[in-house]
Ligand binder design. Structure first.
Ligand SMILES: [Zn+2]
Length: 187
């Protein structure tokens, strides 16, 4: 069984914003370390997974053990996913999305709602005042990091973050097709 992310049945895990994720297992932490090339910090859970079960998005405490605030609650860790987003960023897709935001009132409203959803999810783990109202990826008005926005989309499921959804749709990577170096190592 795959917990978290898109595999969660609709209306269960994600509907309750105060619900915390199950703790990451030692196997998950080992996969994260391999993906990131460093010991992951402040892990509070795995927010999304590849179809094979490996983590794709880690949820990080808004305050790290050393006391520093950390706004990026949903962090994209899968190397193929991050590479796919980097390709889009290099291809000036962020400007395209930014222009789309400027022209589309409904999209702007949905992006603001995504920002608010992100802050609600993070607040279940604390609300450091240094990062109050600050989410990630440029939300709620700018498009500054497709990795962060795609991470939110993977964690929340489709229909929550419209720019993250667009980025995932445009990219070559998908959580539905495993390209992990070591499939099924997490969980
Ligand atoms: Zn996989």
């Amino acid at each position: 069984m795959v917990l978290g992310g898109r595999a969660a049945p609709p209306g269960t895990l994600r509907a309750m914003t105060t619900t915390q994720l199950p703790p990451a297992s030692d196997a998950d932490l080992a996969v994260l370390q391999a993906q990131l090339g460093r010991v992951p910090r402040g892990v509070v859970g795995i927010a999304a997974r590849c179809v094979c079960g490996n983590p794709t998005v880690v949820a990080t405490s808004p305050r790290l053990d050393d006391g520093s605030p950390f706004p990026t609650f949903y962090y994209l860790t899968h190397p193929a996913a991050t590479a796919a987003m980097s390709v889009l960023e290099a291809g000036h897709v962020m400007k395209e999305f930014q222009d789309e935001l400027a022209e589309d009132d409904d999209l702007r409203a949905a992006y603001l709602a995504a920002h608010e959803a992100y802050l609600r999810d993070r607040a279940a783990y604390g609300e450091p005042e240094e990062i109050a109202g600050i989410s990630a990826g440029g939300m709620p008005t700018r498009v500054k990091c497709l990795h962060a926005l795609a991470g939110h989309s993977l964690a929340a499921g489709p229909g929550v973050n419209p720019i993250g959804d667009r980025a995932l749709a445009r990219g070559t990577w998908s959580p539905e097709r495993c390209v992990c170096e070591t499939p099924g190592a997490g969980g």
